[in-house]
Structure formats: C-alpha cells, structure tokens
Design a protein around this ligand. Structure first.
Ligand SMILES: Nc1nc2c(c(=O)[nH]1)N[C@@H](CN(C=O)c1ccc(C(=O)N[C@@H](CCC(=O)O)C(=O)O)cc1)CN2
Ligand SMILES: NCC(=O)N[C@@H]1O[C@H](COP(=O)([O-])[O-])[C@@H](O)[C@H]1O
Length: 214
C-alpha cells in the first residue's frame, strides 16, 4: 500500500469504537477513516464522524428487501470510498456470504466475547448467566460464518459477582478501545494479513478460524 490506509467504518449505534479508531488515526495510525456508514440514521457514531469532518452515509434496510438486496446497496455505498479496509464497529447486521467474500482479508469486526465463546448477540448477559469469571473482546477477520473468522487479538476482563450488563460492558469497552486501533494500525502497516483462512502478524500465525493463538 503506497498510500495511507483508507478505512471505512460501519456502525449501528454509539460509535465509541469508531471514536477510538478516529483518535488513533490522529495519533500514530498510518490510516485515515475516509467514510462512516450506518444502517441506523440516529446512530450517535454519525455525530462523532461529523465532529471529525468525516463523510457519512446511511444505508437503511427496507422491509421488503432481501439480505442480499440490502447488501448490494451497502456494497455500492462502501465502494464510493475505495477502502483498503472495512471495519465493523458495532454494526448489527449479519452480512450475506457474497458480500463478505468481496472483502476477504480486508474486513475486521470487534466482538464482545472471548471467541469462540458466545458468538452472536447478548454476550455479556450470557457470560454473567454462565457464572464466568472472565470475559472480554475479540477482533477477528470477517468471514461468511458468523463471528467465526480468524481471531487477531483478544482482551480479557474479570467478571465480578455484582456485575450486570452495564458494568461488564463498560469494562469490556475499555479494552475494545485499546485493541481495535492497534489491529487497524497493524493492518495499515501491512503487518497483518489473512491467508487461507488464517491470520498472520509479521508472518507469524496468530489466529485460525474462530480460535486465537495461545
Ligand atoms: N457474515 C458475517 N456477518 C457479520 C459478522 C460475521 O462475522 N460474519 N459479524 C457481525 C457482528 N456481530 C457480532 O460481532 C453480529 C451482528 C449482528 C448479529 C445479528 O444477529 N443481527 C440480526 C439483527 C439484530 C438486530 O437488528 O438487533 C440480523 O442481522 O438479522 C449477530 C452478530 C456483523 N455481521
Ligand atoms: N455482535 C456485534 C457487537 O455486539 N458488537 C459490539 O457492539 C458494541 C458497539 O459499541 P460502540 O458503538 O460504542 O462501538 C461493542 O461493544 C462491540 O463489541
């Protein structure tokens, strides 16, 4: 990549991870967030983007369209920015296989659990209900199978007896804001690649489908 890494961030809500990546780009990342796309017009992350003078667009689902039809509109919106990397940051839609395959090795997601534990939704409540003593977050490459792409980096947090979703998610968020910008930086420096369904950092295997290296 002879230019600064062009990053498009997809959001659905608050955008605190988006903010952490924007702030990281201002500091040490050799990357620029060139666009923010939301499926929800009221996502506060859009306000965060405006404050940083980053272009935004909304791709709102129509009730009568298929997942593939939505994804075709989303693809058109993304391609306007010609990104090197697409970052899902609280983007709450499952993406169709054909869409994801267009971004193999160029799409990351942050998931609020220690994958492969708790793919899907409501991860904090599931960890509390299971009586887990630890929880956390995982950054992984996105593949068609939900939350099963090669894990790049994880952060662990303790689960305390009095925790509820609010206290636990806040503790996880703090870690997310540290690890996601770091992974984006590795990608922008061309140190992080996905090859044959595995994640490599500096040519060392660090993650396989759904599992992080120990
Ligand atoms: N094909 C893939 N799509 C997505 C992945 C992925 O790994 N492969 N990661 C997710 C992110 N995600 C968890 O990290 C996630 C997002 C959304 C859902 C989900 O069930 N969405 C429902 C709608 C839920 C809602 O509107 O509140 C749906 O799309 O039907 C699960 C996991 C992003 N996409
Ligand atoms: N399954 C996807 C998922 O649940 N992602 C989670 O949504 C939150 C978005 O917060 P943010 O909008 O403040 O970045 C983050 O905690 C992220 O791990």
């Amino acid at each position: 990549m002879s230019h600064r890494c062009r990053v498009v961030v997809l959001i659905s809500g608050n955008g605190s991870n988006l903010q952490a990546i924007i702030d990281g780009c201002d500091d040490t990342l050799t990357a620029d967030v060139v666009g923010v796309i939301s499926n929800k017009p009221d996502a506060y992350g859009l306000v965060r983007a405006h404050h940083s003078e980053i272009d935004t667009s909304c791709v709102i689902a129509h009730s009568d369209e298929t997942r593939e039809q939505y994804d075709a509109r989303l693809l058109e919106a993304i391609n306007k920015y010609q990104p090197d990397l697409v970052v899902l940051a609280g983007f709450m839609r499952i993406l169709s296989d054909g869409f994801v395959e267009q971004f193999t090795g160029k799409m990351l997601n942050i998931h609020p659990s220690l994958l492969p534990k708790y793919p899907g939704l409501h991860t904090h409540q599931r960890a509390i209900d299971a009586g887990d003593s630890e929880h956390g977050a995982s950054v992984h490459f996105v593949t068609p199978e939900l939350d099963s792409g090669p894990v790049v980096l994880q952060a662990k947090v303790p689960v305390y007896p009095g925790d509820d979703v609010a206290t636990l998610s806040e503790r996880v968020h703090e870690q997310e804001h540290a690890i996601y910008p770091m992974v984006v930086k590795w990608f922008s420096q061309q140190r992080l690649v996905m090859k044959d369904g595995k994640a490599y950092l500096d040519n060392e295997l660090i993650g396989e489908q759904g599992y992080a290296a120990d």
